[in-house]
Design a protein around this ligand. Structure first.
Ligand code: ATP
Ligand code: MG
Length: 414
């Protein structure tokens, strides 16, 4: 839709800038002078010409406005002016989940995928409990708010056959083809929450793999695949995924509504169970709870150099870190603080690779050097002194002794 409305008024609202256009119309950043706040205004062109479309729009807008949930856009009001329908909503700063997927070049980590799906599921469960089916769940209709939470927009509005026909002049009812459930593709009548659960399965597929399960040259080609083809298991595109995650996606996207998850929340819970954090799993296996939480804090907080060093040691040299303070190696290190820092480094390879008997063996040469030779030396010295005293006692004077000593040296020295 061409932007002919920026700078004009729609009822009491000022249309300040075009935020974007979709299948139903355009969304503007607007201003509400009565409440002195910025709002988002969705304008649907042409629909007012069909009386039953207008009645339906009113009903949907009332339902959407009654929804109060942190992950559902707040609808403030709606109206008709200048031959156009409009809906005034909370202005979300974005980006949309579609923007995020476009920018994201790396596989999304499990915790992130689980959190996003959990928020969408929470919104859908709430809406379904109020009797509202979204009918156009897709990343373009999920925007981040200022707090970083994901918020679903366009509840109940989209994919109304008559409204869509009036807005676009098209004769064919078409959800967003990439996310449309088979039963929705063959007619919007009788669409239930199962269609939202199917679309959430497609969104999950896209979050996991970065692409849609069905791709074709034309929108109709995509719809036909939703009707007749089995989606590929996501692990064929992202091999690190556990088979249990494949099972979650494939169940959400089953052709028969009754074979899907009974609720969006059940889908999110199954995903949580199928794909726990690898870090969480390995920490649970290898560390007691207290040290695990210390490690988690250390890994999320910018650390001073000393702490980083300690962390590096802790992560890569876990054997010395866990050793009992009473081991002989530890006692040996205690005298010097420098030794205490160096010790884990030294211990890394030897403690794991060398046999336990190596440490005593390394000290073995020192034992005879100090413990064994001293008695010998003391004995020799005592023998010399006793000998000299005896010689003096037998009447040899010093000069005779010196001469005798020199004579002895002459004989011994070659
Ligand atoms: N409440 C909002 N606050 C801020 N931006 C919004 C809001 N609602 C929609 N937008 C943005 O306005 C643009 C147009 O939205 P619109 O719903 O018309 O198109 P769409 O979601 O791409 O397609 P569809 O018609 O199928 O919903 C999108 O870029 C969307 O992110
Ligand atoms: Mg939209």
């Amino acid at each position: 839709m061409a932007d002919t409305l920026t700078g004009t008024r729609l009822g009491p609202y000022e249309l300040r800038a075009l935020l974007g256009s979709g299948g139903m119309g355009s969304v503007y950043r607007g201003y509400d002078p009565a409440l002195d706040r910025e709002v988002a205004i969705k304008v649907i062109g042409g629909a007012a010409m069909l009386p039953d479309a207008l009645a339906r729009f009113r009903r949907e807008a009332r339902l959407a406005a009654a929804l109060r949930h942190p992950n559902i856009v707040h609808v403030y009001s709606f109206g008709e002016a200048g031959g156009r329908l409009y809906m005034v909503q909370e202005l979300l700063p974005g980006p949309s989940l579609a923007d995020l997927l476009r920018r994201n070049r790396r596989p999304m980590p499990p915790a992130r995928v689980r959190a996003l799906v959990g928020q969408l599921a929470s919104a859908l469960d709430y809406a379904h409990a109020q009797g509202v089916v979204h009918r156009d769940v897709k990343p373009g209709n999920a925007l981040f708010n200022a707090a970083g939470s994901l918020v679903l927009t366009d509840f109940g509005l989209a994919r109304d056959a008559r409204l869509h026909q009036a807005a676009t002049g098209a004769g064919l009812v078409m959800g967003t083809p990439g996310y449309i459930a088979p039963e929705q593709a063959v007619g919007s009548g009788g669409v239930t929450k199962g269609a939202d659960i199917y679309a959430l399965g497609v969104v999950l597929f896209e979050l996991l793999t970065g692409r849609l399960p069905f791709v074709a040259e034309t929108p109709m080609g995509v719809v036909l695949k939703h009707l007749y083809d089995d989606p590929p298991p996501p692990s064929t595109l992202r091999p690190d995924l556990p088979p249990a995650v494949d099972a979650v996606v494939l169940r959400a996207m089953r052709k028969e509504v009754s074979a899907r998850f009974p609720s969006a929340g059940a889908l999110a819970a199954a995903l949580d169970a199928a794909w726990p954090d690898q870090a969480r799993r390995s920490v649970a296996r290898s560390r007691p709870a207290a040290s695990a939480s210390i490690a988690a804090r250390a890994s999320t907080r910018p650390a001073p150099r000393k702490a980083m060093r300690a962390r590096a040691i802790g992560e890569h040299e876990s054997v010395p870190a866990r050793r009992s303070p009473n081991t002989p190696e530890r006692r040996e290190r205690q005298p010097s603080p420098a030794g205490a820092v160096r010790a884990p480094r030294r211990a890394t390879i030897p403690d794991q690779a060398r046999p336990r008997s190596t440490a005593p063996a390394a000290r073995a040469p020192a034992t005879p050097a100090y413990g064994g030779l001293w008695p010998l030396r003391v004995g020799l010295l005592t023998a010399c002194i006793v000998g000299i005293l005896l010689l003096v006692g037998f009447g040899f004077d010093q000069a005779t002794l010196t001469r005798g000593w020199a004579e002895l040296l002459r004989i011994v020295t070659p």
